[in-house]
Ligand binder design. Sequence first.
Ligand code: NDP
Length: 336
Amino acid sequence: QRRFVLADRPTMRAPRATDFRLEEAPMPEPKAGEVLVRTVFLSLDPYMRGRISQVKSYARGVEPGETMVGEAAGEVIQSRAEGFQPGDLVRGHIGWQTHAAVPAAQLRRIAPDGFPLSYHLGVLGMPGRTAYFALLDVGQPKAGETVLVSAASGAVGQLVGQIASLKGARAVGIAGGPAKVAYCREIGFADAFDYKGLDDDALVAAVARTCPAGVDVYFDNVGGVIHDAAMANLNLGGRVIICGTISGYNRLEQQDTGRRHLRTLLVKRARIQGFLVSDYAAREAEFEADMPKWLKDGSIRYREDIVDGFEKTPEAFAGLLEGKNFGKLVVRAGAD
Ligand code: NDP
């Protein structure tokens, strides 16, 4: 069994591969009620940056020396729990390890559905539910409205744009670099632009140019100056969803001093709301009724960025905070 533990806590800096240490241990023995899982795909997600900081959040952090947390999909190779058999496919919070003995209650079985296993960590998993519930429940886009989304080619963003289009809204994406912008257009965003190299005024102008009727829903994945540019173009009755603030994740120790835009909210009678996917656990059936169907009939397309090799996990994670991933980032840790 191999695993990555947190070696060093990155404080006020970007994470590096060397912040994690590879350790080898004997194969874990499942206790009664546990199953032994072999990891096939590991999900790498921006929230993990918060877990390795000391800043208080909605979840407990990882201490140096502890196994890094994260969701994974894999295969049951030994079971001491009712309802699980060797060969079953499962997902759960297994952490950055090649094998783990996990209490059955913490695992979800993945029924064979013809989709790649990795999809259950993305479009059919947590990022998919995030895009779906944050946009539809908080954003409530109407036909003809403009939905602006940042980190638009990423795991969540690419789905937000496509769901908005399905609902008859006009989706506009903001992404880093021409290839990501081209991808947004390809999957049905009405327009998209590259934010790299634009100063504050140019950002405001780029939003105005791509959203000529103004912004009705801003799906914020990044915060910072892109947030300011979206707010400057907000329409009357606008809805702003704070899904993520990745542009500040390497500075979480600093006071959260983003501009408040109070006057914009007042004048536009707009609403700004934070979102957390785990609040929607009781409503998963709604998502399950739509997303697999949309994927099957081609109304939703999905791009993954698969990194091969368990040992590349820390490096791939560091890349996520620099926009090196193109689509949902997953690591193939073992044969699928
Ligand atoms: P992505 O697949 O979008 O990957 C992250 C992307 O963020 C990068 O590829 C990069 O894209 C962009 N990025 C990185 N640094 C910056 C920066 N400094 N400024 C602007 N953009 C940056 O990740 P996810 O789709 O998984 O997550 C997107 C957001 O949603 C994150 O903020 C995440 O924390 C949040 N989230 C929130 C959830 C919730 O329940 N609230 C649940 C799931 C995700 P580019 O090259 O385009 O800049």
